[in-house]
Every structure is written in structure tokens, then in C-alpha cells.
Design a protein around this ligand. Sequence first.
Ligand code: ATP
Length: 222
Amino acid sequence: MALHPIGILGGTFDPIHYGHLRPALELLETLELAEVRFVPCRVPAHRAAPSVTAEQRLALARLATADQPGFVADDRELRREGPSYMVDTLASLREELGDAPLCLLLGADAFRELPSWRCWRELTRWAHLVVMRRPGATQLLPPLLAEFVAPRLLDDPLALRREPAGGILFQPVTQLDISATRIRALLARGQSPRYLLPEAVLAAIRDQALYRSLFIETSIPA
Ligand code: ATP
């Protein structure tokens, strides 16, 4: 088998920003992925409810990915009831895509939290894991995770094509110190998050007055 793997980047995308998009583009090119699917969660399983609706976050992800060949916004978690568990998402992608190699793309921070995810050990049954790490950074893992990684560790990106799932690859990417939390905080303070996220996303946030309640709440003088 030498199929090009399909990348999956799940997240809250509240909102999507260049810290998601740039590493995803680098992986698309360096790992020669067939595509990267951005999968916004309906209800995040691991954090407080976002301040805009899932449909609005999906629409922003669609705007951000529209002009990049190979980027796709995938709405499957919005079509499913209940909390969005990645293990269910990967199972549904596997059902749809047959034997194609799947790669779950994870930031190093998200990877460290993996043992708190539902059925986390099953993730590698459905997909490879690709951890986007800062170039040169050492990856000191908690013992539970280190034990999980050791027998699955891949050192050659080409190995991702040989099996549909099961490996773990640490791949250096340019990391941008950008978070959605910071973008929301800037909007809340009435400051501009320009250049941290695509112009089209920022224009939609402004046009639709998204994150505005946050803005109004925090900008009224005491
Ligand atoms: P928040 O600040 O609201 O927690 P976030 O900016 O971290 O959000 P998420 O939607 O939670 O974004 O992230 C989705 C995925 O993208 C996760 O795997 C996360 O590790 C990764 N990610 C987020 N920001 C970056 C970044 N700046 N560089 C690399 N990966 C990132």
C-alpha cells in the first residue's frame, strides 16, 4: 500500500487561526498528505463551552480553508449528538475512507493531555498519531504516555503510508505562539487580532459581531 495519508486536525477552532493553519500546511506538504480535514467539535469534551455556536466556528473554518487546495472543513462532529469524542470521529472516517492511512494531527500540548481523552488507547487502532512539535524541543512525556509511544514510534514519515493506522510520529513544524484564547482576549479588550488569523475570518467575526458579548461584558467601565 502506498496511499497518501489523510490528515485530521480536530479542535474547537474558537476561532481558527494561523497557529492551526501554518503547521497543517507544512504537514500537508512534508508528509505529502492527500488532504487535511479540519474537524471542529460540536461540544468540546475537554473544555468549557465556546462563546460562539458550533455552526459559526465551522463557518469560520470553511472561510479559512477555502482557498488552500488540500484543506477541507469537515462537519461530521456537528452532525453527531452529544460530546465530540475523537475516537468516534476516527471510527466514522475509517468507515467512510476504507483502508486509507489516517493521521490524527495533534499539537504537543494536546498530545500530553491524551490520557484524559475517551478510549485514548483506541485512537491508534483507527489512525496514526502525528505530533506537531517545535523544532529542537525535547519531548519529555509522562511515564504512561512514554510507555504507549515506545512500541509505536515511527522515525520515517514514509512509514505512515505502509499501514492504515497504529504508528506515532513526532514531526517538527514551525510553531506560532498563537492561541484562540489570546485572540478572544484581544477582541474582549477591543484590540485587534489582525495578522494572527486570516483576514477573511477576522472580517466575518466583525461582520457578524462574533465574540461581541465578550467584548461588551469586559469593555464596560466599572
Ligand atoms: P484555545 O486557546 O481556545 O484553547 P487553541 O488555539 O489551542 O484554542 P484548539 O482548537 O484547541 O486551539 O486546537 C486544536 C489543535 O491545534 C490542537 O491539537 C492544538 O494542540 C493545535 N494547536 C493550537 N494552536 C496551535 C499552535 N499555535 N501551534 C501548533 N498547534 C496548535
